[in-house]
Design a protein around this ligand. Structure first.
Ligand code: GDP
Ligand code: PGA
Ligand code: MN
Ligand code: MN
Length: 581
C-alpha cells in the first residue's frame, strides 16, 4: 500500500536530485546490517570494540559539528509570521536559492526513503513523517531515534498526511548549507550538513519547528522538554517536564539516579515533549522520539549510570575519541592511564599533553531509549503522562537561584519567556554568552515567538489543573568561581521540593522573582551544605535582577504589539516588586 502523495513526492525529488539508486527503508535488522557494512567499507563508520556489540564511531566533517542556527530558516509566507527571533526566507527565495542546490545532488549516491512515526504507535497524538536522504548515517540514526520503517507506512495509510523532509549532504560546504522549514506545506529542506539536528529532520525540524506550528493551530504544545516520572518513598508519583537549552542538563535529569534511597525515577523523554490538554483539564505529554541523541562529554558512571548502561551495545557515537582497545572515550568518562595515546575526534593521535580536547565538546551518542534501564511502560503509553510541574532552566554562573517557583501560570509563562542562558557547544558560535532563550525554544519555534507566548497563555486557560511552573539553575558559581551545587544525582533534592510544593507540603519564602525554598524545606541530608552556602544558592540580589529585567525589557519589546498584555503586566509587576525590595 503506497500513499499517493508520497509516491508523487519521491518521484519529484528523484527526478531533481538524480540518485543512482532508490531504496525504501523498512526498518528491518537486515537492512540495518547491510547499511552498516556499506558504511564500514567506505569509512563513514568505524567499528568499535567487541565489548560494545554493533557499536560504531562516525566522524563528521570538522566544520559540521553542531546546529547551524544562522543557516536555519523559517520560510513562512510573510516575515512577521516567522517573527524577530527567527531567520526568514520567503518561499520564493528558497525556491530560487536552495532548491537548485538539490539539482543532481544525489548523483553517485543512493536516495533513501525513511518513513517514521513520532510518538507511540497508534497514539492519537502521534504523527508520521518521511525523510528522504542520501546519507546512510542519517538512516542509521533515524532507526534508533524514531519508530521507523514499515510501521510508519502502515500508520500513514493510503491518504494520510505526513511531514516531508528532504535532506542531502550536498558538498558539505558551509557556503551551501541551508536548513529551511515551510510550515504551510509541512516541508523541510536541508542541504550541506550531515550532523545531528541539521540532518536528522525528525528531531528539531519536524518535532519542534513544524510541530510547534501544528500545535498552535490545533491547540497543543510542542516543546524542547524532557519528561521524567518521580515516585516518592510513599509511592506518590508525579511527572515533571523540563525545558533547558541544548547542553544544559535535560538528558541527565531525565535519567537521574537519586543520591539517596527511596525515590524512583522513570525516564519518559530526554529532549522533546508534545503536550495536550486532557479531558480531565490536566496537561498530558508524550515523547515523540524513540531514542536519545545525547551529549557524550562528562557522561560517566558517576554522573549518569543509566545512560552508561544504555551505551553497552547498538550505539552510534559521533565525534568522540577512541582508545587503542577500540573503546570510545571522552572528557569526563574515566581517567586515561598516564601516557596513553588515543585517536581524537578528528582521527589524529592525542594524549593528555596535547592540550586540546580529544572528543568534540558537542560529541554525541545515539541509542534506542529501550536500552535505558530507567525507561518504563509509560514510554509507549498512547495517552502519554499527566504533567504536575513544568520546569524552565538554564546555565547561569551568577544571578539565577538554584530553584524558584512562579506564582501562577501567567507568571510561569513570563518566567519561561524571559529565560536567559549561556550559550553552549550544541550550536556553532561563541560559548558562555548569556542570551534570551524563551522556553529553551529560541532555535526551535517555527513561528512568531510573540504568538507563541499568547498560545501558551491560551493553553493555560483551558487547564483546570495547570502544572505548577518552576525555574532551576544547576550552574551557579560562588565568588571563588566554583560550582555551588553538586548537580546530577543530587538534583533529586530539588525535584523532591518541587513535588512537595505540588502536594502542598513544601515550605517556601517569597522573593520579588518568585518563591524559593526555605533552608529547612530543602532536603540537604549528608550534603554538607549549611545555611550560609544555601543562602548563596537561592539568594535573589535586587540590583542584579533589576539589570536582568532591563535586559529582558529590551528583548520583550522586540515583539511589539504581538507581546501579550498579560506578560507585559507581569513584567511591570516584577519591576515594581524589585523597586520595593
Ligand atoms: P541536554 O543537552 O540538555 O540534554 O544536557 P545533558 O544532560 O546532555 O548535559 C549537558 C552537559 O551538562 C553535560 O556535559 C553534562 O555532564 C552537564 N550537566 C548535566 N546536568 C548537570 C548538573 O546537574 N550539574 C552540572 N554541573 N553539569 C551538568
Ligand atoms: P540537546 O539536543 O538539547 O540534548 O543538546 C540537541 C540540541 O538541542 O541541539
Ligand atoms: Mn535539544
Ligand atoms: Mn540531551
Amino acid at each position: 500500500m503506497r500513499n499517493n502523495e508520497l509516491s508523487a513526492w519521491v518521484k519529484e525529488v528523484a527526478d531533481h536530485t538524480k540518485p543512482d539508486a532508490i531504496r525504501w527503508c523498512d526498518g528491518s535488522m537486515n537492512e540495518a546490517r547491510s547499511l552498516e557494512d556499506r558504511m564500514l567499507e567506505d569509512g563513514t563508520l568505524v567499528r568499535l570494540s567487541e565489548k560494545l556489540p554493533a557499536s560504531f564511531l562516525h566522524r563528521s566533517h570538522p566544520t559540521d559539528v553542531a546546529r547551524a542556527e544562522h543557516l536555519t530558516f523559517i520560510c513562512s509566507e510573510r516575515e512577521e509570521q516567522c517573527g524577530p527571533t527567527n531567520n526568514w526566507m520567503s518561499p520564493e527565495e528558497a525556491e530560487g536559492k536552495v532548491w537548485p542546490l538539490f539539482a543532481g545532488a544525489m548523483r553517485g549516491r543512493t536516495l533513501y526513503i525513511v518513513p517514521y512515526v513520532m510518538g507511540p504507535v497508534g497514539s492519537p497524538y502521534s504523527r508520521v513523517g518521511v525523510q528522504i536522504t542520501d546519507s546512510p548515517y542519517v538512516v542509521a540514526n533515524l532507526r534508533l531515534m524514531t519508530r521507523m520503517g514499515d510501521v510508519a507506512i502502515r500508520q500513514l495509510g493510503r491518504n494520510g498526511q505526513f511531514v516531508k523532509g528532504l535532506h542531502s549532504l550536498g558538498d558539505l560546504s558551509p557556503e551551501r548549507r541551508f536548513i529551511c522549514h515551510f510550515p504551510q506545506t509541512k516541508t523541510i529542506w536541508s542541504i550541506g550538513s550531515g550532523y545531528g539536528d541539521n540532518a536528522l529532520l525528525s528531531k528539531k525540524c519536524h518535532a519542534l519547528r513544524i510541530a510547534s506550528v501544528e500545535g498552535r493551530d490545533e491547540g497543543w504544545l510542542a516543546e524542547h522538554m524532557m519528561v521524567v516520572g518521580v515516585t516518592s518513598p510513599e509511592g506518590v508519583k508525579h511527572y515533571i517536564a523540563a525545558a533547558f537549552p541544548s547542553a544544559c542538563g535535560k538528558t541527565n535529569l531525565a535519567m537521574l539516579v537519586p543520591s539517596f534511597p527511596g525515590w524512583k525515577i522513570e525516564t519518559v523523554g530526554d529532549d522533546i515533549a508534545w503536550m495536550h490538554v486532557g479531558d480531565d483539564g490536566r496537561l498530558w505529554a508524550i515523547n515523540p522520539e524513540a531514542g536519545f541523541f545525547g551529549v557524550a562529554p562528562r557522561t560517566s558512571f558517576r554522573t549518569n549510570r543509566n545512560a552508561m548502561a544504555a551505551l553497552s551495545r547498538d550505539v552510534i557515537f559521533t565525534n568522540v575519541a577512541v582508545r587503542q582497545d577500540g573503546m570510545p572515550w571522552w572528557e569526563g568518562l574515566e581517567d586515561l592511564p598516564e601516557g596513553e595515546v588515543v585517536t581524537d575526534w578528528r582521527g589524529h593521535p592525542w594524549s593528555k599533553a596535547s592540550g586540546d580536547r580529544a572528543a568534540h565538546p558537542n560529541s554525541r551518542f545515539t541509542v534506542s531509549a529501550r536500552q535505558c534501564p530507567a525507561v518504563g511502560p509509560s514510554f509507549d503509553d498512547p495517552r502519554g503522562v499527566p504533567i504536575s510541574a513544568i520546569v524552565f532552566g538554564g546555565r547561569r554562573a551568577r544571578i539565577a537561584p538554584l530553584v524558584y517557583e512562579a506564582r501562577d501560570w501567567t507568571h510561569g509563562v513570563y518566567v519561561g519567556a524571559t529565560l536567559v542562558s549561556e550559550t553552549t557547544a550544541a550550536a556553532t558560535g561563541a560559548l558562555g554568552i548569556p542570551r534570551n532563550d524563551p522556553m529553551a525554544m529560541l532555535p526551535f519555534c517555527g513561528f512568531n515567538m510573540g504568538d507563541y507566548f499568547a498560545h501558551w497563555l491560551r493553553v493555560g486557560e483551558r487547564l483546570t489543573h495547570p502544572p505548577r511552573i518552576f525555574h532551576v539553575n544547576w550552574f551557579r558559581r560562588g565568588d571563588d568561581g566554583q560550582l555551588l551545587w553538586p548537580g546530577f544525582g543530587e538534583n533529586i533534592r530539588v525535584l523532591k521540593w518541587i513535588v512537595e510544593r505540588v502536594d502542598g507540603t513544601g515550605d517556601a519564602h517569597p522573593t520579588p522573582i518568585g518563591l524559593v525554598p526555605t533552608y529547612d524545606a530543602m532536603d540537604l541530608r549528608d550534603l554538607g551544605i549549611g545555611p550560609r552556602r544555601f543562602d548563596e544558592l537561592v539568594h535573589v540580589d535586587t540590583r542584579t535582577w533589576q539589570g536582568e529585567t532591563s535586559w529582558n525589557e529590551i528583548f520583550l519589546d522586540r515583539f511589539g504589539k504581538r507581546l501579550p498584555e498579560p506578560l507585559a503586566r507581569e513584567h511591570r509587576a516584577l519591576v515594581a516588586r524589585l523597586r520595593k525590595a
